[in-house]
Design a protein around this ligand. Sequence first.
Ligand SMILES: *Cc1c(COP(=O)(O)O)cnc(C)c1O
Length: 424
Amino acid sequence: MSYVRGLKCRECGREYPKEVLFVCEYCFGSLEVNYDYGRIKKDLTKEVILRRPKTMWRYKELLPLDNDPTVGLNSGFTPLIPANNLAKKLGVKELYIKDDSVNHPTLSFKDRVVSVAISKAREFGFDTVACASTGNLANSVSAQAASVGLKSYIFIPADLELGKVVASLIYSPCLVAVEGNYDEVNRLCSEIASKYKWAFVNINIRPYYAEGSKSMGYEIAEQLNWKLPLHIVVPSAGGSLITKIWKSFNELQKLGFVDSVPTKVYCAQGHGCSPIVTAIKEKTEIIKPVKPKTIAKSLAIGNPADGYYAIDTVRKSGGYGEEATDAEIVEAIKLLAKEEGIFTETAGGVTLAVAKRLIENKIIPKDESIVLCITGNGLKTQEAVIKALPKPLKIRPNLASFEEQIKNGTNQKIADDKVIEYYI
Ligand SMILES: *Cc1c(COP(=O)(O)O)cnc(C)c1O
């Protein structure tokens, strides 16, 4: 049933069989899955998709498995929400939130890539999976490996948020906290991957893993009734998601699902870790690696593996890049919660803060359709916002005490900078 021809080098185009490979032996370019689009076009129609369950697997012909998935069967098809309150606040006409903060099973967009990666790892016959992660990938690999009884080795930087650590540990992986930043974790993992026969989801089976991100793009297109948005803002770490959303839109055009791809793609990063955005602004194709310093830890990759392709995507689409300071990220998280009732993690704060700036700077016009990719859940990064929130009203359990306190107004009034001590 597979529509996969094999792998293909993104640089020199050399083709490879569908095996556990990720770099071209000749030019060291990265490999990508190569599909038989002619056959897909014959078999996959809008009607076929419509009849299938509302998960990412309704587009399974465009994902790189040989058989039906065995992991993450409920991932994807997250809501696309018309964000009318927020639109009014930002002064724009048509704004949507693609809400992967409620993805299954671990509340981030990473469930898409991991569902594909672990299903593929099982097709290859691995009994152990592993990853180098900034947090969300760790959660998803831990959970999904547990769900099918695979062993997992999870490598994270030692300074991650408590919520992300707990949301890995609960699934009993072997969790390894490395005293270093993500780039150091990743370098170590490449070494480990060459020695141990494990499926490192974002290293040795990366070409398959990365394809899972395309499902976010297919869903946005379908949820907009097969009309692509004119603007999409995507948070970037390694630069894979942004590249794959663009790929998904172009595949939809190739298959005749949409007439054209008018979408401008914008890269959002945190100030303090914005190697892709910096290169876009400086109009260079060369990524200058940085030492990350941002509260958006899920995006804190200083040397992005797909940085070059992310820049290429932004340029080809006619989009741009922008960054958000820590303070702007916190404000944006609060804004999204207040206006739309959605609690996102720091990466979502980056997306909204960057969108706000692009709109204010008239780079995104106010009267055109905009999609914001909200990729993770706020419950995992509570440290980032707790100091910016007021204390609850504290009362004795009687009406008089309640009315005495409520006279003083809402919670906002009694905010103070000792709030963290109140909670912990
Ligand atoms: C990993 C991640 C991203 C970015 O992913 P890349 O494909 O590495 O650019 C965005 N948002 C969240 C919440 C993530 O965990």
